[in-house]
Design a protein around this ligand. Structure first.
Ligand code: NOJ
Length: 740
């Protein structure tokens, strides 16, 4: 029997190899037929004639260029009809090489899911994978082959508008989420028509732009790059990400787009990445502005030599690369390598067998308003909400019956499209298919009377609506305020120097609080905002991000107790912009402040707290959890041993609830200084009211590794602290020694 199994495995391996070979051989057979111009055409990507996310180069003869084989891929072209139209043109080229259609499917297509940062707050990898899966199913049914996602940039600066696209500040959580998203997008694997190719972006360190200003320079040690910024990319690659996108920033003086160290040495060298790298929008040509390339030709040479395979919208390759090869400035072998990588993916997803296999009207229709997708979206949205404060158990609210008058006040109460957040698609029927908070609260309270006042706009200084809002508030028994950012205040090119609640919204909150009525504040935003007065004075606060198509339903479910919130912050919330960057895994320094009263020649601010307003990993529930009996299987371990660390978590409140139990480790002494704590595990558990569970984590020396000063990834013997708790700030600690 064993023999038969071995034979079977051997044959299977042969078959897989044979198939792989076949793709390689087929790629080569096409490559052999290609002229240099046709090869360069494969390294060129244009924006579709219908939409743009950056400065667009208008090409009257775009369609002619496709027919001439000068275009490999298009972005921002979706829908079966449109993709078919353009694919028809590609089928008129000499070699009939199909076009690839790429699109920013960042958090859903027709069904918009919560913004990625919100999803990260769920700490729910299965739900996040499902969200990406559904996005892929819907997008692929609309002719899309490739998403420019996940964005896996670690972000420690909420001024940077693109924090909304990622998983927050932590490399461990970020890596698991990167993997979940890649798995979700690519589903059962490339070649299935419901899979889209993932694209890990932006390689690399884009999230560390100086001052949180988008597109800005990045200057960091290689150790920090490897330890904090690269792990999610590696995780995406290990999960099979088909493509990578390089980035706009320079890294230590070399633009990422022409960064050999990143693309050739690490990605394609050490990590053995077999897919292809697309540039960011215009990032090849922008190297002229960086002062790194002297002209577009130079830019094409630098990018290609450094391992950037496809040029998005710069026209640098298409205009210069053939000439560069002729002049010997770019080796033909590098062009061949890039083209091979691109063709390989086109083969893998089956386009050479059937260029129209993603063009199926019936399938496209089936995914339009698919109820299962919408249900999954609502589930994801509820899981993403973070309860920041709930004094005297003001929440959840009672539904209909002997009910008080509820007032809904604020500029976002009646919003529809805002729920979709940045990087989402507007559809003509959005105002019908998406509901507002007003609609959903109304459904919950039946005939109870609802009152409304807008109070103010999101972002201006007018207070003309305050009086009306206050009189509505006075007439109500309880007030729900919906405030925050507009959906386009975060996202690409949406950096802000001031991240306080915009406009006069916090003043409106103060005015309403002055009525003495109980107030609940909902904050919708794409980044951590600053709202200290609200945080200190309002009894109940929910952070609701941008939650997508079913966002309002999800919020209403949480408000009225149909769902007990369990989200945990994936980023630290600063109390002032001056604290930024603020993150939980910092180094202790030689003069750490132990509290806010410990300021005498300490690493602290003389005018502000050392603490974030809300810590990484923080989030409440309608119930309460107690952590006790932290236990280690041993306090003195040897290298090959495993440690089991556990704690007893008890639901001490009166609701059933979900808790994200977090494990942090601190390496007390290292050959380079180590963070005060690092997330190394978490478990999301459900506890009935009164129930206790022992939550255990297995830890090995793998979990202790870090990049030392020689960039070697290794662990060092010595003392460690193991912390288990409900947030990065609230943990129980045990100590141990680990020796060789
Ligand atoms: C620029 C953005 O940086 C990138 O993330 C996006 O995929 C491209 N534009 C295409 O829209």
């Amino acid at each position: 029997m064993r023999f038969l199994i071995l034979v079977f495995i051997f044959l299977l391996a042969q078959l897989v190899n044979a198939q792989k070979k076949t793709v390689d051989q087929r790629v080569d057979s096409v490559l052999r037929l290609m002229t240099l111009d046709e090869k360069v055409g494969q390294m060129n990507q244009y924006n579709g004639p219908w939409a743009a996310t950056g400065p667009l180069t208008n090409d009257d003869n775009l369609l002619t260029q496709i027919k001439a084989g000068k275009v490999s891929s298009m972005l921002n072209v979706t829908g079966v009809a449109r993709t078919r139209e353009l694919q028809d043109l590609a089928m008129q080229t000499r070699l009939r090489i199909p076009l690839l259609f790429g699109q920013d499917i960042i958090h859903g297509y027709r069904t918009t899911f919560p913004i990625p940062l919100a999803e990260a707050a769920s700490w729910d990898l299965e739900a996040i994978e499902r969200s990406a899966r559904i996005a892929a199913i819907e997008a692929s049914a609309a002719g899309v082959h490739w998403t420019f996602a996940p964005m896996v940039d670690i972000a420690r600066d909420p001024r940077w508008g693109r924090v909304m696209e990622g998983a927050g500040e932590d490399p461990y959580l970020g890596s698991l989420i990167a993997k979940a998203r890649v798995k979700g997008f690519q589903g059962r694997g490339l070649g299935n028509t419901d899979a889209v190719m993932a694209c890990a972006k932006h390689f690399a360190a884009y999230g560390a732009a100086v001052g949180g200003r988008d597109y800005n320079s990045v200057d960091m040690s290689l150790r920090q790059l490897h330890e904090v910024y690269l792990p999610p990319f590696k995780a995406a690659l290990d999960a099979g990400a088909a493509t990578f996108m390089n980035s706009f920033n320079d890294l230590n003086g070399i633009p990422a787009t022409a960064n050999k160290y990143l693309q050739r040495d690490i990605l394609k060298g050490e990590w053995k990445f077999k897919g292809f790298v697309v540039s960011d929008w215009g990032s090849v040509g922008e190297m002229i502005n960086h002062g790194y390339a002297k002209d577009n030709k130079d830019a094409s040479m630098l990018a290609t030599n450094a391992g950037s395979d496809m040029d998005m919208e710069s026209r640098s390759n298409i205009q210069n690369l053939a000439q560069l090869v002729k002049e010997g400035k770019v080796k033909l072998s590098l062009v061949d390598d890039a083209v091979r990588r691109i063709l390989h993916k086109k083969f893998e997803i089956g386009l050479f067998d059937d260029p129209y296999r993603f063009c199926n009207e019936a399938r496209e229709k089936e995914q339009w308003n698919n109820q299962l997708n919408l249900d999954a979206e609502k589930d994801m949205a509820r899981k993403s909400i973070v309860l920041l404060k709930n004094e005297n158990q003001l929440l959840p609210l009672k539904k209909a019956g002997g009910q008080r008058k509820i007032a809904l006040i604020g500029p976002l109460v009646r919003s529809i499209k805002e729920h979709l957040g940045f990087w989402s698609y507007d559809w003509p029927d959005d105002s019908i298919r998406i509901t507002s908070l007003w609609d959903e609260v109304q459904k919950k309270v039946g005939d109870s009377k609802l009152l409304y006042a807008k109070g103010c706009n999101i972002n201006d200084s007018s207070k003309v609506g305050f009086d009306e809002a206050m009189s509505v508030a006075k007439d109500a028994d309880i007030i729900i305020m919906s405030v925050g950012e507009a959906r386009d205040m975060t996202g690409e090119a949406k950096s802000k120097s001031n991240i306080h609640l915009p406009g006069v919204q916090e003043e409106l909150i103060k005015a309403i609080m002055a009525t003495g009525k109980p107030v609940i504040v909902l904050i919708s935003a794409g980044r951590p905002l600053i709202f200290n007065w609200t945080a200190d004075n309002v009894p109940a606060i929910l952070y609701t991000w941008w939650l997508g198509t079913k966002g309002a339903e999800a919020i209403a479910d949480v408000l009225f107790g149909d769902y007990n919130p369990s989200g945990k912050l994936p980023m630290s919330f600063p109390g002032t912009e001056g604290q930024i960057p603020i993150y939980y895994n910092y180094y202790n320094t030689g003069r750490p402040a132990t509290s806010d009263s410990d300021r005498f020649y300490r690493s602290a601010y003389i005018d502000f707290s050392i603490y974030p307003k809300f810590a990484f990993g923080y989030g409440l529930s309608y119930t309460s959890f107690n952590y006790s009996n932290i236990n280690l299987s041993s306090t003195s371990l040897k290298s090959d041993q495993k440690l089991t660390a556990s704690a007893v978590v008890t639901n001490t409140g009166k609701y059933d609830g979900t808790e994200v139990v977090q494990l942090y480790i601190r390496d007390m002494v290292g050959s380079v200084v180590r963070p005060v704590k690092e997330l190394k595990g978490f478990q999301k558990i459900i506890l009935k009211a009164g129930e206790s569970k022992t939550v255990s984590f297995t830890i090995t020396t793998e979990d202790l590794k870090f990049y030392n000063n020689d960039l070697k990834y290794a662990w060092e013997t010595g003392d460690f602290e193991i912390m288990i708790g409900t947030s990065s700030k609230d943990v129980k600690t045990a100590k141990l020694t680990w020796n060789k």
